[in-house]
Design a protein around this ligand. Structure first.
Ligand SMILES: Cc1cc2nc3c(=O)[nH]c(=O)nc-3n(C[C@H](O)[C@H](O)[C@H](O)COP(=O)(O)OP(=O)(O)OC[C@H]3O[C@@H](n4cnc5c(N)ncnc54)[C@H](O)[C@@H]3O)c2cc1C
Length: 468
């Protein structure tokens, strides 16, 4: 390794490589207490440097894992002690913001929050948004095809990327920095790298699609009398707001009441007795006119019995307080160790599925807490299971309770977090053998030595990994 370390230092302009304790003292991820296991952490500043490092690693059959902001929740960035880490933290330059073409060209290590701030300063918006915005990087968002809070209106990260540059495992550079909305000239290669969790290439630069900034925001916390009303209201309010609906976050009462207790604020004005709650938000251009439309839509839904109660935020501060209930999931750690799930399925069987999973988890031999919430407009449910004790003992049984019922419903074991190591044993629930075989063929074609993020999503040689 010392030979590789010296060679890598020689191809970096400022030789920025962490080794020894400097490398192994870093935490392995957000909400993790263990540290990174790796020989060295390389911190390049350009595509050319990443390519040079990969050429050296390829020649020596050296395994490599890419690290962005390390906010991923499925152990996709985990390393072994013999791995080299390439961290994109210094590839943080916004190269161009084209206000007329509405694109941003940037390096992959720019934190998502800085993408938002740069777009906003130019009167534009990058719509992908998630609770980890301050720590995650745009390259990590792209590599996990992150979803988040506005998918219902703007789609996943995949729908907001126009062009991409990636370094392959042999150090060659695929530059597909398209700036156009339409481009059907052959295979759209960027999609190979979006959502492939660093297994097919290292994303180094991107062209993002920006949208018009929408300064008018209206937020409400609503309560429903039953699940059918949750679904009917979604369809109704989408039409009533003329396409301005940008978030629909549903919370089962266990989650809502626990979080509200921790966060407080105006939400305490809404009753405790309702079976479902949701945050509804519209984004538009005219604050006053749309306030009338928003309130009239809620009023009518209340008169028609779809809503049991509603609280409309009267200021930005009230809106932020409502969102903290949904965003600040770290309060769950006050209950002990926590497992997070993100699954997707069609909305019709959702309430029965949640009830089944809750019953299965409650039947397990521990005294824990089960929470359900999610981006319901996208068919995306989150569960959290918290336990004051050793959760690892029960991990497999809890995962079985969540994932097995999805098979009959045609659901997915990952709506947005990805597979990493964590969900690998369950991938067969959502993907056929033919699909998995094709994924493996793509991996072998792009990374024949299996050097990049080896054994993440599926094992390189087809061996089945046990549940973590
Ligand atoms: C509070 C909180 C809220 C969250 N909310 C959401 C949410 O609403 N929706 C959602 O989808 N996710 C959510 N997440 C999960 C996480 O934030 C996302 O998966 C995020 O996109 C990961 O970005 P990152 O930069 O932290 O990537 P990392 O965690 O560093 O890496 C994730 C994976 O991408 C690979 N990778 C990273 N950068 C590159 C690159 N440049 N090239 C190739 N591969 C790369 C890594 O190898 C790894 O496999 C949340 C996490 C937290 C902690």
């Amino acid at each position: 390794m010392s030979d590789l370390l010296a060679a890598i230092k020689s191809v970096l302009t400022d030789g920025d490589v962490l080794s020894g304790r400097d490398a192994t003292e870093r935490l392995a991820g957000i909400w993790r207490s263990d540290t990174i296991q790796a020989e060295i952490i390389v911190r390049p500043t350009s595509t050319a440097e990443v390519a040079a490092v990969m050429k050296l690693c390829h020649a020596r059959n050296q395994h490599v894992v890419v690290h962005g902001g390390l906010t991923g929740l499925v152990h996709a960035g985990d390393t072994r002690s013999s791995d080299v880490v390439i961290s994109t933290e210094r590839m943080n330059r916004i190269e161009e913001l084209d206000t007329l073409g509405r694109t941003m060209t940037l390096q992959s290590g720019v934190p998502l929050q800085l993408v938002h701030e740069a777009a906003e300063a130019a009167g534009l918006m990058f719509p992908v948004d998630l609770g980890a915005r301050g720590s995650c990087q745009i390259g990590g968002n792209v590599s996990t095809n992150a979803g988040g809070l506005r998918v219902i209106r703007y789609g996943m990260t995949r729908d907001n990327v126009l062009g991409l540059e990636a370094v392959l495992s042999d150090g060659s550079v695929v530059s597909s920095m398209n700036h156009m909305l339409k481009n059907n000239s052959g295979y759209d290669l960027k999609h190979l790298f979006i959502g492939s969790e660093g297994t097919l290439g290292i994303v180094t630069r991107l062209v993002l699609r920006l949208r018009s900034a929408l300064p008018a925001r209206h937020t409400a916390l609503v309560a429903f009398p039953e699940f059918s009303a949750v679904l009917k209201f979604l369809s109704y309010v989408d039409g009533a707001l003329s396409g301005n609906l940008s978030a629909y976050e549903v919370m089962w009462p266990d989650f809502f009441l626990y979080q509200r207790d921790k966060v407080g604020g105006a939400a305490t004005q809404i009753g405790d007795e309702h079976p479902f709650y949701a945050i509804v938000e519209s984004l538009g251009a005219d604050q006053e006119r749309e306030a009338d439309v928003f309130e009239a839509a809620l009023m009518r839904a209340h008169e028609e019995g779809l809503l049991a109660d509603a609280l409309v935020a009267k200021s930005g501060a009230e809106s932020a307080a409502i969102w903290r209930i949904r965003d600040e999931v770290e309060h769950l750690f006050k209950l002990g160790q926590v497992m997070f799930f993100d699954v997707s399925l069609t909305t019709a069987p959702m309430a029965d599925y949640v009830a089944e999973v809750r019953a299965r988890v409650n039947a397990l031999p521990f005294d824990g807490h089960f929470f359900a919430y999610g981006h319901l407009g996208d068919g995306n449910l989150h569960f959290s299971v918290a336990l004051d004790g050793d959760l690892e003992v029960h991990r497999h049984a809890i995962e079985e309770a969540v994932y097995v019922p999805l098979r009959a419903l045609g659901g997915s074991v990952s709506a947005e977090h990805g597979i990493g190591l964590e969900k690998q044993p369950w991938l067969g629930i959502s993907r056929s053998d033919t699909e998995l075989a094709l994924m493996r063929r793509l991996k072998h074609a792009l990374d024949p030595k299996g050097l990049l993020n080896r054994d993440k999503i599926f094992t390189y040689d087809g061996e089945q990994l046990p549940s973590r």
